[in-house]
Write a protein that binds this ligand. Sequence first.
Ligand code: UDP
Ligand code: MG
Length: 318
Amino acid sequence: MNFIPAPKKSFLISCVVPVYNEEKNITNFITALKIQLQQLGQSFEIIVVDDGSYDHTSKKVIALLKKDRSIKLLSFSRHFGKENALTAGLERSSGDCVIMIDADFQHPVELISTFVQYWIEGYDIVYGIQKNRPRKSLLKNYLPRLFYFLINKFSKINIMPDAGDFRLLDRKVVNALNSLKEYNRFMKGLYAWVGFKSKGIPCNTPKRRAGKSTFNLSQLTELAITGLTSFSDAPLRILSFSGFILSFIALICAIYIIIKTLILGIDVPGYATIVVIIIFFGGIQLFSIGILGEYIARIFTEVKHRPHYIISKEYGFE
Ligand code: UDP
Ligand code: MG
């Protein structure tokens, strides 16, 4: 479905485009995005957030914005990550609705008119449900599924695995997101956390037009741990529960050994068994400390209250 909405009133649409080393895509992408936005017959702004690119991405955007006042650029002082780039774009946007979209053409620009139509109909969040994602490695395919299973099972929020950052947000959703000041940001969790009336629209996910994805397995794992620890305390509860069960089993074993010793006398000691048990429980303890450590590390970064990002230059903002 692709139709142009009949405007009921005039409004401003903000588009937030996070970019990291997208010199091969950015000019074509902004051109394609502008064509779609112009068809809507409303005023718009395109906020490109350069997440510390070390190629010519910024230069190309500056060349475009010199000729076009609707294009704006925020340049980070270093690489802060996509979640922070989106956060910056949302904070600096002034539209009645804000559309977040990737610059690599994996989010089809043609869907924007449909997003806006549903927004006019009264939905506060309209998002793309990405079908036919290009095949990644087995690990990159299955680990996210495990992550979404865990987060949906053990937290109070419900995140759709195929719904990403390609979405339109009403101003009140943007204001709600801007009021969340947590440092460890997992945007997909935050969209779900704030609530509001949402509509998902299935869309195809073409291959990245040029360049390659910067998300590697370790960055995805980091994001998954941020997501789990930000939205669920289940890992800590599971630890307490396992501790309780193991202590209970140990108590039963102790009673059994005491009774056996009283009746049969002291047995020949089974060193191998004892060593295995010590290593097993040592492992469990280290694992538990590790999980505690993850939460403490996140508390540590939260209490420092550092800004989410630092802007070195901005263009096109009044
Ligand atoms: N991006 C970013 N910072 C990052 C990684 C990516 O701003 O640390 C941008 C990137 O330029 C693109 C979008 O976020 O516009 C999606 O990135 P990518 O295509 O690498 O992610 P994937 O499609 O593999 O999830
Ligand atoms: Mg991509």
